[in-house]
Design a protein around this ligand. Structure first.
Ligand code: CO
Length: 295
């Protein structure tokens, strides 16, 4: 993966908290067209696959002028819903400022868009992943409170040297999480919903494991960055995710994992509670297959 938007220190023009002016006026007509292509194809593909809250949240993106979203305009629609706002950052930012933004209801979004030849596959999480994949769920009160609790847990995990364990919770929920809604398996993770190919696999393919969410199980489980996930975790709803995050003693989990070791995605674990409900049928998809990498 040729990631070029990873930094050790804020580059010129970027503030100490890693935010930067979006400079919306600098996006070109070609970039606005790339956004529209991505948005139209990806949103058309998600009916029946994305959870209802995600599909509703997409209306926030439809409410702003078409093309690359102007974050100031987007925030005027998002902030009244749950108090969240989007801040522009240069790309992947370090954990400490990332967690601090979350605790303050600021969601960092990469301020660059994939080139047109990467419409179907972005080499690194770009603005389309961050905005299309994550903004819709920010409009859900329980989910958005979960992200605040996650940020607070992140600041504690940094002090304990446990951010990698906590990062698995992000990966298996915020990026690749599944939810059962009216008896149907749906996706809410942004890594899934900005990637049609993996959404299809997560919801329709018999091969991957699907396990009801257990935070300790999640934090024990390694993940792939360069392949489809071998295991997906399922929640009954976002209140459950929030409560589990607020009520679980993460520090004792970190200690146990440190003592007992991690699991590969295909491993079984004591007490695993498999999701045994129905999968989704395969429906005709879009002409392209987007396979973004997460966060
Ligand atoms: Co992401």
């Amino acid at each position: 993966m040729a990631a070029t938007h990873i930094f050790d220190a804020p580059p010129p023009g970027v503030a100490a908290d890693w935010t930067m002016p979006q400079n919306w006026a600098a996006f070109t007509p070609a970039q606005h067209q790339t956004w529209r292509t991505l948005f139209d194809q990806q949103s058309a593909a998600l009916d029946g696959y994305a959870c209802a809250d995600f599909l509703r949240g997409l209306d926030i993106l439809r409410a702003v002028k078409p093309g690359v979203p102007d974050f100031a305009e987007l925030n005027r629609h998002l902030k009244p819903a749950t108090g969240w706002e989007i801040v522009a950052v240069p790309g992947w930012i370090p954990n400490q400022p990332f967690f601090e933004h979350l605790t303050n209801r600021r969601f960092p979004a990469a301020n660059f868009l994939r080139p047109p030849e990467q419409v179907g596959y972005s080499e690194e999480p770009d603005m389309f992943h961050d905005i299309f994949g994550h903004v819709p769920m920010l409009a859900n009160p329980a989910f958005s409170d979960f992200l605040v609790a996650y940020g607070q847990a992140g600041l504690r995990a940094e002090k304990l040297g446990a951010a990698d364990y906590l990062g698995r919770l992000w990966l298996y929920t915020v990026e690749f999480g599944l939810v059962v809604e009216d008896g149907e398996l749906r996706a809410f993770g942004g890594g899934l919903l900005s990637s049609y190919a993996e959404t299809l696999r997560a919801l329709t393919a018999p091969e991957p494991q699907r396990i009801w969410l257990d935070i300790e199980r999640v934090m024990r489980t390694k993940y792939h960055f360069d392949a489809f996930q071998g295991v997906y975790f399922v929640v009954e709803g976002f209140e459950e995710l929030l409560r589990a995050t607020e009520q679980t003693d993460f520090a004792s989990i970190y200690r146990r994992i440190g003592d007992e070791g991690a699991l590969e995605p295909g491993d079984a674990f004591r007490g695993d509670h498999a999701y045994e409900g129905a999968l989704q049928p395969v429906r005709p998809g879009p002409a392209f297959m987007s396979e973004d990498t997460p966060r």
